[in-house]
Ligand binder design. Structure first.
Ligand SMILES: Cc1cc2nc3c(=O)[nH]c(=O)nc-3n(C[C@H](O)[C@H](O)[C@H](O)COP(=O)(O)O)c2cc1C
Length: 205
């Protein structure tokens, strides 16, 4: 199973780089593009294309909803019990599909939405910064997936590398990392107005 978050309707380049290291020989794969209640756009299609190029066979795909990791009021608390129930049913369906198909090469491929060329990756303006509360422990630097925080100067952020994943904020033991509160509050209000209505996970078998 390969799961990636949806960033800007695509999968983050860092996730793609990691996935490219996986190679299969007609190996069945289940692909999940997790989105924050706006849209997953071309992310699942991109994942299917990468899987096929790497010798994997996308046997089933899903686009589950999770709390938005920048705009936390959107899809707050997702996945919830209803999501979990649907995901469990999906897992059963995938199991049945694979069990019933002895020959992987004749497996029917799910038809997911998305367009080629994929949408351009947008510039996401939210880059976390450290406040004076930073205790220089370096946890954020060690856990940043793209090495955007120098371990010897964890109060800094290399904005050209940062992918706005917010991991540094969630792991900081001193609560020292954050976004500009006013800019975030304004953006969140607009975003929640446009994309706040509940969306359901989508499944493709
Ligand atoms: C930089 C960034 C871009 C995002 N872009 C989208 C998007 O295009 N559509 C969407 O529905 N959710 C989007 N989200 C929300 C995430 O997909 C959702 O919160 C996510 O699956 C949680 O993943 P995480 O493990 O990175 O926190 C974005 C989140 C971040 C941090």
């Amino acid at each position: 199973m390969w799961a990636a978050p949806v960033y800007g309707g695509r999968i983050p380049a860092a996730a793609k780089e990691r996935f490219l290291q996986l190679k299969g020989t007609q190996t069945p794969a289940v692909l999940l593009a997790v989105f924050g209640n706006r849209d997953y756009d071309d992310a699942l299609l991109e994942m299917c294309d990468l899987a096929l190029a790497g010798g994997l066979v996308p046997a089933a795909c899903a686009a589950p909803v999770a709390e938005h990791s920048i705009m936390h009021s959107v899809a707050a608390g997702r996945p919830d019990a209803a999501d979990r129930e649907k995901l469990a049913a999906f897992a059963q369906d995938v199991w049945r599909k694979l069990e019933n198909e002895a020959d992987i090469s004749s497996l029917s491929l799910p038809s997911v939405k998305g367009r080629r060329p994929y949408m351009a990756y947008p510039n996401i303006p939210f880059k976390p910064a450290a406040s004076a509360a930073c205790i220089q422990c370096g946890k954020c630097a060690r856990e940043c997936p793209v090495n955007a925080i120098p371990e010897d100067a964890p109060e800094q952020t290399d904005k050209t590398r940062c992918i706005s994943c917010m991991r540094c904020i969630s792991v900081c033991p001193a609560g020292a990392r954050g976004l500009n509160k006013i800019a975030l509050a304004l953006a969140e209000k607009v975003f929640a107005f446009k994309h706040g209505a509940r969306k359901e996970p989508e499944f493709f078998i």
